[in-house]
Design a binder for this molecule. Structure first.
Ligand code: 5GP
Ligand code: MG
Length: 182
């Protein structure tokens, strides 16, 4: 299927499943060759679930662990601003070496929040792996250790990534046709 239509928006094929699997092999082998010891992988749900499953089964580092978190924003009772928090992080993270698994890094705002929260939990080392990265949209200076593929500032879906919660089951990655805004 070269096109996918979701909520009347047309998406065209962008990264085929074969290329995704080559990217996954490349990232997992870079992680395996890195010097990180006893890593705890932290997968940021929902978008990263397929990427995480494919990466993690290729990890050969001894004592690798995995956990899954979600970011949630809520309105604090004492402040009017939105506060982002991580739900699902029950591990004792002190002195742990963690590898964040992200589906896509766009502005980097999510990543910065996650890192801030992890640092408060006294982790030892943080590495970041992302399937996709949009350099033109990135606003932060945090270095990203493992990047699958740099992509233009287009909206993409498939392989875990959604448009209004649909499209996560598509085996390929698609991009919005004609650069419409989602
Ligand atoms: P950031 O905080 O870096 O701007 O965005 C990170 C999150 O926004 C990603 O984890 C993802 O959930 C969502 N996101 C950013 N760009 C895209 C995109 O092109 N497609 C989809 N489906 N989600 C995106
Ligand atoms: Mg994400």
């Amino acid at each position: 299927m070269n096109q996918a239509t979701i909520n009347n928006k047309i998406f065209e094929i962008f990264i085929r499943d074969k290329e995704i699997s080559d990217i996954v092999n490349q990232i997992s082998s870079q992680i395996n060759k890195s010097d990180i010891k006893d890593p705890l992988f932290i997968s940021i749900l929902n978008g990263s679930f397929l990427f995480t499953a494919d990466i993690f089964r290729k990890i050969t580092i001894p004592n690798s662990e995995i956990t899954f978190v979600k970011l949630s924003s809520y309105n604090g009772t004492e402040t009017t601003g939105k506060v982002n928090t991580i739900i699902g992080l029950e591990h004792d993270l002190s002195n742990r070496n963690v590898i964040i698994l992200e589906d896509i890094i766009d502005t980097g705002i999510t990543l910065e929040k996650v890192i801030q929260i992890l640092k408060e939990k006294n982790v030892a080392e943080i590495k970041i792996a992302t399937l996709l990265f949009k350099p033109e949209a990135y606003q932060k200076s945090i270095p990203i250790d493992f990047i699958g593929k740099e992509i233009p500032n287009d909206f993409v879906i498939g392989y875990g990534l959604d448009y209004n919660e649909y499209g996560r089951n598509l085996p390929h990655i698609y991009k919005l046709k004609n650069k419409e805004k989602c």
